[in-house]
Design a protein around this ligand. Structure first.
Ligand code: SAM
Ligand code: SF4
Ligand code: SF4
Length: 375
């Protein structure tokens, strides 16, 4: 058995709102739900081929499907992976508009993570609906979720404000830029402004002694630099062969972000194992182009952390085979800043109480357990 796979399932491409930047165009976001038979087949195959699997429910808007759908899904996961087996987990990635106390209580019971796409004070820039109204209706007990903030041209310089907004509520936030897929083009941030805004947010978090939440993806960059990579998280590093995405019609892709048709890895209806999907021409196409791009990255001093970056981002920038696009430039600048801040602590050994508890703990673990890479 292979160790682990992250499986993104888009149970529908339909959405109840119309974000300006969405990589799924309004023409794609039409009604139509995945059949439970397709979901069952993928869960079964994953349980047979992988020791562990993490399922991410995505879309379109996954909460336009009823709670009964998720109850069926949970029963299937328990059936194939074993109830309480610790072999599987779930995240629902939602715009949050349809969340309610009942659903939150169910997610708590089943240990389903909720990720809400939401930009706090900048929400209105990309999204017509404000999820804040929904979130206010829930008690503190029910209100447990993390936030994914998508950073646009207009909000690039306000990332610190976004961080501070969620930090006050003890909500973990992840900052990621709009990519130029689907409707995204006009909202892609200027790279220098994005980098400057990200670094401002990072610096604020870095010295925030009383913060109780990590700021992503920067915390992940720190762990990677210290030699403790997060195995299933793909933020700007190679996820090929470790992620699979299924659309409502059963078609398979290597990533949740809107991929060109040339990356299609066939259809769930036509395969008997997940391994077959990774032998298709579509997967060969993204793999071959990615290898070509990574070969060009060989001399980059942070290659061992970046691995040539995200292939889908590259595809919408300078082309799959080429680095040097906005995501490459931004990662180089932000990662180098983050790594520099950590290396200074390791070299100068200042009082660790100057830094936030996540930084402090990561550095202490490294000092106690120096078997991890030395820089
Ligand atoms: C496509 S949505 C699907 C799930 C759900 N509807 C939601 O909004 O969370 C998942 C995430 O992709 C992000 N996204 C959509 N289009 C994007 C783009 N062009 N560039 C970067 N992120 C994008 C959204 O902001 C959202 O956080
Ligand atoms: S980003 Fe999510 S919520 Fe917004 S239009 Fe796209 S699918 Fe819908
Ligand atoms: S930062 Fe750019 S050049 Fe360096 S490895 Fe990543 S994609 Fe390649």
């Amino acid at each position: 058995m292979k160790p682990h796979i992250t499986i993104v399932i888009k149970p529908t491409l339909f959405c109840n709102i119309d974000c300006k930047h969405c990589y799924h165009t309004p023409e794609e976001r039409v009604k139509g739900e995945i059949s439970i038979e397709r979901v069952e087949k993928l869960i079964r195959m994953a349980s047979e081929e992988y020791q562990t699997a993490w399922f991410i429910w995505h879309g379109g808007e996954p909460l336009t499907l009823p709670m009964s759908f998720y109850k069926q899904v949970m029963a299937l996961e328990e059936k194939y992976f074993g109830k309480n087996s610790m072999r599987y987990g779930n995240t629902i990635n939602t715009n949050g508009i349809l969340l309610n106390k009942r659903f939150m209580a169910y997610c708590r019971e089943k240990k389903i993570n909720i990720g809400v796409s939401y930009e706090g004070p900048c929400n209105g820039i990309l999204r017509a609906e404000d999820v804040e109204k929904t979130l206010r209706t829930m008690s503190d007990k029910d209100n447990k979720y993390s936030v994914g903030a998508t950073i646009s041209k207009e909000s690039a310089s306000r990332q610190r404000e976004i961080y501070e907004y969620f930090r006050e509520k003890d909500i973990s936030v992840s900052l990621s830029p709009v990519i130029g897929a689907g409707c995204g083009g006009p909202y892609v941030p200027d790279t220098d402004e994005f980098v400057k805004g990200s670094i401002e947010a990072y610096d604020k978090w870095f010295y925030d002694k009383t913060v109780r939440v990590p700021l992503m993806p920067f915390y992940q960059y720190i762990m990677n630099y210290l030699g403790e990579p997060f195995p299933s998280d793909c933020a700007h590093t190679s996820c090929l062969t470790k992620w699979l995405c299924m659309y409502p019609d059963g078609s398979l892709y290597p990533c949740a972000k809107a991929c060109p048709k040339s990356f299609c890895m066939g259809n769930i209806d036509d395969i008997d194992t997940i391994a077959e999907a990774f032998q298709t021409e579509g997967f060969g196409n993204i793999l071959a182009g990615s290898i070509e791009r990574r070969d060009k990255c060989a001399s980059c001093e942070i290659f061992k952390y970046c691995n040539g970056g995200c292939s889908v981002d590259a595809c919408y920038e300078n082309g799959l085979e080429n680095n040097g696009g906005a995501s490459c430039e931004a990662y180089k600048a932000i990662f180098s800043h983050v790594a520099g801040s950590i290396q200074r602590i390791l070299d100068e050994e200042p009082d660790l109480d100057e830094f936030n508890p996540f930084v402090k703990e990561a550095v202490i673990s490294k000092l106690i357990n120096p078997k991890t890479v030395s820089h």
